[in-house]
Design a protein around this ligand. Structure first.
Ligand code: C2O
Ligand code: CU
Length: 529
């Protein structure tokens, strides 16, 4: 099935080798054959996703395989407004389906890591220890933290070496569901299991929903021998597509079951923590999702959806009322989502989650609460236009692919500049055959429609998909947090393959902030060209 499968044993020496593997990587037999074929056809892209789907089985969850309710880490601080926790990154055994254990990379021994939950304005202190066989950091995706806490080597901190520690300490300014993950060798480390959810409550919220859940959606790539797949599998063709895991996970479990009560509304906060996969959730026959919030908390007004799409890095806040008969079971499917060439051809959707409707008397349906939030559109007057183009090129010599921003490969992309208080309108043009979920660190933006008006309902976002062969416009205002803030595609292979750079934000008249370290912030030295 996978001629290029290299069993990856997470011994220290092997794992250390990962960071240098890219440069030395032999072109796999698989990539060669796909490559030869496509070269004959004059096609410059390849299908890598297909094999992942062939390897997945349609299994119904077993009776005792219930969805994990995410655990929190113990709070070491008596002050109710301070959450102080220990967080350790280490290799650990996890059970992804009944009896199927793998060695993965974890925060505090589990996939996902502990749920970090606090209220707006609370302070978080994290005593982080790295016991991985590789350097790492923690990035707090979406949170408006000071640059020193952003987890990017060079512009925030030095990478935490094996055995090293770092203390993250910041106040959480905004409500919503966020998440955390490393910012060193991200495609490998996130793919191996390093991520967790970060929920910030807004105590002034007036509506109450009986059942609340946090879902971390992801996937993991496991070989037939039960090891983690080599994160460089498929070579640069694999990178160009964005490698997907062959095993879907919901809160770390493959095909778990969720028990619900018919007629009782649930509030789901969902994050897509997969390194490449888009999720498109199908709510079950005759049911729908009521979306009330996006990346950063509630949105302007709710939307009724019969399909919930999340690009890697995105979050959603939805109300969901199961209406199936008590005592029955059904499934929530992850539909195929077209994120570009090779993502839907010869593949099938898959069952994501089994839903067990408890055999209790059905409750009379109450309409969903009306959830709204006043959001001001960012003023466009005086905004600086910024043009960004995502492209891909193929080396005429070794035929490898790399992504480009404004025509430049990773090591030659000039940083964007911004001044504190400045508003910018980014027009992002995607000339490639794949969609790219663009993530900006440290700031929220609003998406503009093609006619330049703000997209309704208004939302605060930090990650948005720029569809293949298309264009997307967004508006962002930079507040007073100087620093070099990353922006990149959240298909982490794409980021490392060239869709990653920084915005250098400084106060007028001040020296520009330090750039991320030489070694790219995602940890791969850029391949020689
Ligand atoms: Cu969630 Cu720079 O990423
Ligand atoms: Cu991308």
């Amino acid at each position: 099935m996978r001629p290029d499968a290299v069993p990856l044993v997470l011994r220290e020496d092997v794992a250390r080798e990962l960071s240098t593997r890219r440069a030395q990587m032999r072109t796999s037999a698989y990539a060669h054959s796909v490559f030869a074929l496509l070269a004959c056809l004059g096609v410059t892209v390849a299908i890598i996703g297909v094999k992942a789907q062939q390897a997945t089985r349609e299994t119904t969850p077993s009776a005792d395989w219930d969805l994990t309710v995410l655990e929190t880490a113990p709070d070491l601080n008596p002050d109710p407004r301070i959450l102080e926790i220990n967080l350790t990154a280490a290799v650990a055994q996890v059970e992804v389906s009944p009896g199927r254990r793998i060695e993965a990379w974890t925060f505090n021994g589990t996939i996902p890591g502990p749920l970090i939950r606090l209220s707006m304005g609370d302070r978080l202190i994290v005593h982080f220890t790295n016991q991985l066989p590789s350097p790492t950091t923690v990035h707090w995706h979406g949170l408006r933290v000071p640059i020193q806490m952003d987890g990017v080597p060079g512009s925030s901190q030095a990478a935490v070496e094996t055995g090293g520690t770092f203390t993250y300490d910041f106040v959480v300014p905004d409500a919503g569901l966020y998440w955390y993950h490393p910012h060193v060798m991200s495609a490998a480390q996130v793919g191996f299991g390093l991520y967790g959810a970060f929920l910030v409550d807004d105590p002034s919220e007036t509506f109450k929903v009986p059942d609340e859940r946090v879902f971390v959606l992801s996937d993991i790539d496991i070989t037939e021998r039960g090891k983690l797949e080599d994160p460089q599998t498929g070579g640069s063709t694999g990178m160009a597509f964005g490698r997907e895991g062959n095993t879907l996970l919901v809160n770390g479990r493959n095909h778990p079951r969720l028990t619900v009560r018919s007629g009782v509304t649930q509030r789901w906060r969902v994050v897509n923590a997969a390194k490449s996969r888009f999720f498109d959730l199908e709510p079950g026959d005759g049911m729908s999702f009521t979306k009330i919030g996006d990346d950063s908390g509630l949105q302007e007004y709710s939307q009724q959806l019969d399909s919930l799409v999340l690009a890697p890095g995105e979050r959603a806040d939805v109300l969901y009322t199961p209406t199936a008969k008590p005592g029955t079971e059904y499934a929530i499917h992850a539909r195929l989502f077209n994120r570009g060439y090779g993502s839907v051809e010869a593949r099938l959707g898959e069952e994501l989650l089994g839903v067990v409707v408890a055999d209790t008397p059905a409750v009379t349906l109450v309409p969903h609460p009306k959830v709204t939030r006043a959001i001001e559109p960012i003023a466009q007057a005086g905004a600086t236009p910024v043009a960004i183009e995502f492209g891909i090129e193929q080396s005429p010599f070794d035929k490898t692919f790399n992504y480009t921003i404004n025509g430049k490969p990773l090591d030659r992309i000039p940083p964007l500049k911004a001044t504190v208080g400045e508003t910018q309108i980014w027009t992002v043009t995607n000339t490639t055959a794949w969609s790219h979920p663009l993530h900006l660190h440290g700031f929220f933006f609003q998406v503009l429609d093609k006619d330049g008006t703000p997209r309704r309902p208004l939302q605060w976002k930090d990650t948005v998909s720029v569809p293949f062969k298309d264009r997307l416009t967004l508006i962002v205002r930079f507040d007073d947090r100087s620093g070099s803030w990353m922006y990149h595609c959240h298909i982490l292979d794409h980021a490392e393959g060239g869709l990653m750079s920084v915005v250098r934000l400084s106060r007028p008249g001040e020296a520009p902030p330090p750039l991320p370290s030489e070694q790219s912030p995602h940890g791969h030295s850029t391949s020689g060209r």
